[in-house]
Design a binder for this molecule. Structure first.
Ligand code: FAD
Length: 288
């Protein structure tokens, strides 16, 4: 059990260094090696004050082990329970995987520029997620589903290497029922797979949209995001209408340590969501 803070401040936003204990309410396996953790702040005042927007992330802190940036993957209208979908990769994420329901972590946030959902009204919205990238977009998808009539169309293109790498497939039916065109595609199908085979970029040519009224929200590996921007351009979507969410090693989350510096930008606060044209030249630099 993590001890109660000596002095409980009511607002997280007032102190970005402040971490608050949050209890694990539930753990759901998603795909092999990835689980979703539902977290609830222990202090009801912190819980009530906390708000976030689609595409933002929290810093999950395990004392004595470290802190990791993790996107919030739940619906922003229920900020009392915060989902984080995590791949066991290194120190923090493997330690998290050893915790159980009822254990506590420390959480600070939310951080980062969100997806520009408010600017998308009336447009064709194309969400493109590569593997776990879809976690940073799920909050936005919930909002698009709820406000579907505010958009000309909403399409989710989700790509993975194999069918068991596709995320949130149990929710596809609900998203479709809300009027969202959801398509998963895989590179390597197995016997059970009856959907498209190939890259998400292959699906762009099939989109029945007015490209001058379209916007793309993309999250995945850098080469995929470059390819998606090219595929969008090929059907007439301007670079200014393509948004990408970057993943970089991160430590402070308050543009102080420089670990996430990306050219002149700090991914923690200038991003993680950027207009593609703003960072296209930097994304072309290998390993930046
Ligand atoms: C904005 C943002 C959102 C994110 N959202 C999510 C999310 O929703 N879900 C998610 O799972 N991840 C997410 N990430 C990624 C996550 O923050 C990183 O994977 C983080 O490093 C995990 O922390 P860790 O301590 O478990 O891993 P680390 O111990 O930091 O290890 C991370 C990687 O570095 C390698 N590594 C570690 N130490 C060394 C070393 N000494 N030498 C060489 N390589 C090393 C590891 O093998 C591993 O591949 C996000 C990142 C950002 C920036």
């Amino acid at each position: 059990m993590i001890p109660a803070p000596l002095c409980a401040a009511p607002s997280l936003a007032a102190d970005p260094w402040r971490s608050d204990p949050a209890r694990i309410l539930g753990i759901r396996p998603e795909v092999p090696g990835v689980q979703t953790y539902d977290l609830e702040f222990r202090d009801p005042r912190v819980r009530d004050a906390y708000r976030f927007s689609a595409g933002q992330f929290n810093m999950l802190y395990l004392p004595g082990i470290g802190e990791a940036a993790i996107s919030i993957s739940s619906d922003a209208v229920t900020p009392g329970v915060l989902a984080h979908t995590v791949r066991g990769l290194g120190n923090v994420t493997h330690a998290l995987a050893r915790l159980a329901v009822g254990d506590e972590v420390l959480l600070r946030g939310p951080f980062g520029r969100p997806w520009p959902v408010a600017e998308l009204t009336g447009r064709h919205v194309i969400v493109v997620g590569g593997g776990l990238g879809l976690a940073s977009q799920r909050t936005a998808i919930y909002e698009f589903a709820r406000r579907r009539d505010d958009f000309a169309s909403v399409t989710v293109l989700h790509g993975a290497k194999t069918p068991d790498g596709l995320f949130f497939t149990a929710e596809y039916d609900a998203w479709r029922a809300a009027g969202i065109d959801v398509r998963g595609t895989v590179d390597e199908p197995d016997a059970s797979w009856g959907g498209p085979v190939g890259l998400v970029t292959d699906l762009f040519a099939t989109l029945a949209i007015d490209p001058t009224r379209a916007a793309v929200l993309c999250c995945g590996p850098d080469p995929m995001m470059n390819a998606v921007a090219r595929a969008a351009a090929a059907i007439g979507i301007a670079g200014k209408d393509v948004y990408v969410s970057l993943e970089r090693n991160m430590a402070c989350a308050v543009r102080h340590c420089g670990l996430c510096q990306f050219g002149p930008h700090f991914v923690c606060q200038d991003g993680p969501v950027f207009a593609y044209e703003k960072i296209a030249s930097l994304l072309a630099v290998p390993h930046l």
